[in-house]
Design a protein around this ligand. Structure first.
Ligand SMILES: [Zn+2]
Length: 103
């Protein structure tokens, strides 16, 4: 089980989903399902509200979920000499904008 921190100030959005149930859960703010558009990760939000447990498969339809871009996110920032713990993160790295440009 991979528990990770949410990205502070992230601009989250509902991605195109594998099934209607996933899309409904992501659209429901009371539901603990979480999507990080910057990292392209799906997860279950923990009670702390700033961490989530990363999911590899959809719990409703069983589809394999997209591969996380978390490592790539850190590598890209490092290549620009940006330390995400100490520097301001460029706005396009707080959403899917950074990877949608390069796909
Ligand atoms: Zn699904």
């Amino acid at each position: 089980m991979n528990i990770v921190m949410m990205l502070k100030n992230e601009k989250t959005s509902v991605p195109s989903c594998c099934c209607h149930s996933m899309e409904t859960a992501l659209s429901d703010r009371e539901h603990p399902l979480y999507y990080s558009s910057a990292y392209q990760e799906f997860g279950v939000q923990l009670s702390s509200k700033f961490e989530y447990s990363v999911l590899s498969f959809c719990g409703w339809c069983g589809s394999k979920l997209p591969t996380s871009r978390r490592n790539e996110w850190f590598e890209q920032l490092e290549s620009m000499n940006i330390d995400p713990w100490e520097h301001d993160i460029p706005i396009h790295f707080l959403s899917s904008a950074w990877w949608e440009k390069i796909k």
